[in-house]
Design a protein around this ligand. Structure first.
Ligand SMILES: NC(=O)c1ccc[n+]([C@@H]2O[C@H](COP(=O)([O-])OP(=O)(O)OC[C@H]3O[C@@H](n4cnc5c(N)ncnc54)[C@H](O)[C@@H]3O)[C@@H](O)[C@H]2O)c1
Length: 348
C-alpha cells in the first residue's frame, strides 16, 4: 500500500470546508494539521475533520511539522507570503485561485517556487469538473472537426455577498472571481488565446467592482470564443454554479445544457449525454458539481507529486491564464483589443 502523504491546510474559511472534505475522501492522504489566524475557525475545522494539531501561525506550523504538501485556500493577498514560507521549508504547495493580486506577484511566486525547486499548483477546479472532462474528450475525438466557435456562459443572481462579504469591496471583482475560471476553461477547451476584448459592467449598486463581464477571445488555433458571466442575472431556475454554452466545429456542434446534459450533433447524428455526479456523501446541491471538482483537483495534485509530472494548472501554466485576466481588465479600461503577454513556457 502507498504511504499516506501528510499535508496541512492553511485557512479554514468558507471554501476550505470543501477542501477538508475532499482531502478526507483521498485514501492516500492525511491532513495532520490545520492553521488559521482565527483560532476558532481552525479549532472548528480540526474537530469536524478529526485533525489533531491546530496552529494560528503558519510560521510555527512549518517550523513544527514535517509536511509532504500544504493546501492554501486563503484569499489571494496572503498567497505570496504563505507560499514563500512553504518554499523555504521545501514543501509543495497547492494555492486556491485567484493566484495573487497582480501578474507581477504571480511571477514572483512562480520564480520563488522554481528557485526552491518546489512544485506549485493553482487550485483551478472548473477544468476538473466531470462536465469539462467529458467535453474535452469529445473535442479530442475530432467528432466536431476543427473548432470555430465557443461560448461559455455563467450567469446567476445568487447572493454571493453573504458567504463571501469581501467581494463587495474589491475593485477587480467578477473577472478575478469567476472570469478567471472561464479563462482557464477556455484555454483547456479551445487552446491558447492571442487576442482579448472585454467589456465590464457594474449592475448592483454600492459595490466596488464589476459584477458582469463579456470577454471575446481569439484562439491561436482559429476559434473565437465568448465568455459571459454575471452575478446580477435574475433567472428562473437560477443555473448557479453551472457553465452553459455551445461549441461549434466544422463537422458539428456541442451544446452544454442545464443539469450537465450535453447535446452533441455530428456526422453520425444527434445524441444526448447526461454527465454524472460523483455521488459523494457530503456534497450538496447546488454546489455538487464544484465540490466534486475540488476532489478531482486535489487528486491531480497528489498524482502529480507522486509521479513528478508538472500539474496541468502549475504555477507556471497559470501565468498564461492570469495574463488573459490582465488583458481583459486592460481591454475593459481602454476599449481596445489586447494581445496578452505570451507566458506559456516562460519559467519566471
Ligand atoms: N474554486 C472555487 O470554486 C471557489 C469558490 C469560492 C471561493 N474560492 C476561493 O477561495 C479563496 C478563499 O475564499 P473564502 O471565501 O473561503 O475566504 P474566507 O475569508 O472565508 O477564508 C479565508 C480564511 O483564511 C484565513 N487566513 C487569512 N490569512 C491567513 C494567514 N496568514 N494564515 C492562516 N489563515 C489565514 C482567514 O482567517 C479565513 O478563515 C478565495 O481566493 C476565493 O476566490 C474558490
Amino acid at each position: 500500500m502507498t504511504a499516506r502523504l501528510k499535508g496541512a491546510v492553511i485557512g479554514c474559511g468558507f471554501f476550505a470546508q470543501n477542501h477538508l472534505h475532499g482531502w478526507a475522501d483521498l485514501d492516500d492522504v492525511e491532513i495532520v494539521a490545520v492553521c488559521d489566524v482565527d483560532e476558532a475557525k481552525a479549532r472548528a475545522a480540526a474537530e469536524k475533520f478529526g485533525i489533531t494539531r491546530v496552529y494560528t501561525s503558519a510560521k510555527t506550523l512549518f517550523a513544527t511539522e514535517a509536511l509532504g504538501f500544504v493546501d492554501i485556500p486563503t484569499t489571494m493577498e496572503t498567497h505570496e507570503a504563505l507560499a514563500g514560507l512553504a518554499f523555504a521549508h521545501g514543501v509543495p504547495v497547492i494555492l486556491q485561485k485567484p493566484f495573487a493580486p497582480d501578474l507581477d506577484a504571480c511571477r514572483r511566486i512562480v520564480a520563488a517556487a522554481a528557485a526552491a525547486n518546489v512544485p506549485l499548483m493553482i487550485h483551478e477546479d472548473f477544468r476538473f469538473q466531470n462536465l469539462s472532462r467529458t467535453v474535452r474528450k469529445i473535442l479530442d475525438s475530432g467528432e466536431l472537426g476543427r473548432l470555430t466557435f465557443g461560448r461559455l456562459s455563467w450567469r446567476t443572481g445568487i447572493d454571493v455577498y453573504s458567504n463571501q462579504p469581501y467581494l463587495a469591496n474589491v475593485k477587480r471583482f467578477m473577472i478575478m472571481d469567476v472570469g478567471i475560471h472561464l479563462l482557464d476553461l477556455a484555454r483547456f477547451l479551445f487552446g491558447e488565446a492571442d487576442g482579448v476584448f472585454c467589456r465590464t459592467q457594474q449592475i448592483k449598486e454600492g459595490i466596488a467592482g464589476e459584477d458582469a463581464a463579456t470577454i471575446l477571445l481569439s484562439h491561436e488555433q482559429g476559434a473565437t470564443s465568448i465568455l459571459d458571466f454575471s452575478y446580477a442575472t435574475r433567472r428562473d431556475p437560477d443555473p448557479f454554479p453551472q457553465t452553459l454554452g455551445e461549441i461549434e466545429g466544422t463537422e458539428g456542434t456541442l451544446v452544454i445544457g442545464a443539469d450537465q446534459v450535453l447535446t452533441v450533433h455530428g456526422k453520425g447524428g444527434t445524441r444526448r449525454i447526461a454527465v454524472p455526479q460523483d455521488g459523494r456523501a457530503w456534497t450538496r446541491e447546488p454546489w455538487t458539481q464544484i465540490q466534486d471538482s475540488v476532489v478531482h483537483t486535489q487528486r491531480h495534485f497528489i498524482d502529480s507529486l507522486r509521479s513528478g509530472v508538472e500539474p496541468e494548472t502549475s504555477g507556471r501554466d497559470s501565468l498564461a491564464t492570469y495574463a488573459l485576466l490582465e488583458a481583459a481588465y486592460l481591454s475593459a479600461a481602454s476599449g481596445r483589443l489586447i494581445h496578452p503577454e505570451r507566458l506559456v513556457g516562460d519559467p519566471a
